[in-house]
Design a protein around this ligand. Structure first.
Ligand code: PLP
Length: 380
């Protein structure tokens, strides 16, 4: 985080090296223990992490898989959802959500989000339910859980599966219930930039349903029988959490609550210091967000990002093109989704990570307020 030009500062959007540096000794011990025992696939750290992560989510079962996208596909296929079925998804998500619906063989049905939280709109979900609907995927985007009580009421009334995409919401809560523990099953990602990040790809599925857990474990391991490894009752996939990544995640999990508390403090500071041109995404009073991203809405994004660029402040847009407008998924679009489309042009993600300093948040807000000159010589 050194100044690139005298008088300017460099604030990274994400600083994974800094986030991981505070745990370096633990991480070194973790990978050394794995290189020592040599069980690189299915080693003891995998089961240990699965137990710890199920405990963290408050679910009976957790299964480590290759990544968050696989996790979603494995859930859907294990629920028997595929060809001929429709799955309701918010168009405002990372493409992985809809990708998994398609690879499972089902048809995505895009719906709009609420204008304040930018999360799945329960009324739109209710209106989209049809004879082929089999499931709803609630995406807990930016770290905040969707309105699960409202979605549960709809899915229960219609006999649909409620699946959680919790890739951005490790430890988030809604009305006191944890992400992953509300739906029939939930998918998590441990992509390095997620709130709980591996040193590479990783993911998990969690569920309370013992039968579903067994089917998911079988499917993720080549559809292999758990009593005879040479028998394959299901046509499965190969999607495993590496022992090395499990060991890293096991070392990082105990520090996650403190990291989340730090993100919450940083977000509170953003809300206090942001200038009027930046409206943060609303957090519902029932929701305890884990602030995977610090998302604001602005009227003139090009002007705001030009100012951030001029002062070396990193930013992102999650996501500039809604899923139903992506060429790969446009065939499933059936009509405009005005809230999602309007938000796509206005959203802006500000620097946010587990070790972001209060001073850094102050600098970002000063730049946004147009006070760049005061930053001369400052360091985040
Ligand atoms: C990251 C992410 C995924 C996919 O996770 P991978 O581990 O990258 O496959 C799915 N859904 C959402 C909302 C995500 O942010």
């Amino acid at each position: 985080m050194n100044a690139t030009v005298p008088g300017t500062v460099t604030v990274p959007f994400l600083d994974l090296a800094a986030d991981n540096a505070v745990l370096r000794d633990d991480l070194d011990l973790a990978w050394k223990s794995v290189t020592g025992h040599g069980r690189f696939v299915g080693g003891p750290e995998v089961a240990a992490f699965e137990t710890a992560f199920a405990g963290f989510c408050g679910t009976r079962h957790a299964l480590g898989v290759g990544n968050g996208t696989d996790a979603l596909e494995i859930i859907l296929r294990s629920l028997g959802i595929g060809r001929g079925d429709e799955v309701i998804v918010p168009a405002n998500s990372f493409v992985a959500t809809v990708e998994a619906v398609c690879t499972a063989g089902a048809r995505p049905r895009f719906v709009d989000v609420l204008p304040d939280t930018l999360l799945l709109d329960p009324d739109q979900v209710a209106a989209a339910v049809g004879p082929r609907t089999a499931a709803v995927i609630a995406v807990h985007l930016f770290g905040q859980m969707a309105d699960m009580p409202a979605l549960e009421a709809i899915t229960r009334a219609h006999g649909l599966a409620l699946v959680e995409d919790a890739a951005q919401a490790h430890g988030a809560e809604f009305a006191g219930r944890r992400a992953g523990s509300v739906g029939v099953a939930a998918a998590f990602s441990f992509y390095p930039g997620k709130n709980l990040g591996a040193l590479g790809d990783g993911g998990a599925v969690v569920t309370d349903d013992t039968g579903l857990a067994a089917r998911m474990r079988c499917l993720a391991d080549h559809g292999r029988s758990d009593t005879d490894r040479h028998r394959h009752p299901l046509r499965g996939v190969n999607s495993r959490l590496d022992t090395l990544q499990a060991a890293i995640l096991l070392a990082k999990l105990p520090a996650l609550d403190a990291a989340t508390a730090h993100r919450r403090a940083a977000m509170t500071l953003y809300r206090d210091l942001l200038p009027a041109c930046c409206t943060p995404v609303v957090q519902r009073p029932e929701a305890a967000s884990v602030h995977h991203l610090a998302v604001v809405q602005v009227d003139d994004r090009a002007a705001v990002t030009a100012r951030l660029d001029a002062h070396g402040v990193g930013w992102g847009v999650h996501y500039p093109v809604p899923c139903h407008r992506q060429p790969a998924f446009a065939e499933f679009a059936d009509g405009p989704l005005p809230v999602t489309e309007a938000a796509a042009g206005r959203i802006l993600s500000l620097p946010m990570y587990a070790t972001i300093a209060a001073e850094t948040v102050g600098i970002v807000c000063a730049v946004l307020a147009g006070g760049g000159a005061v930053l001369s010589g400052a360091r985040p």
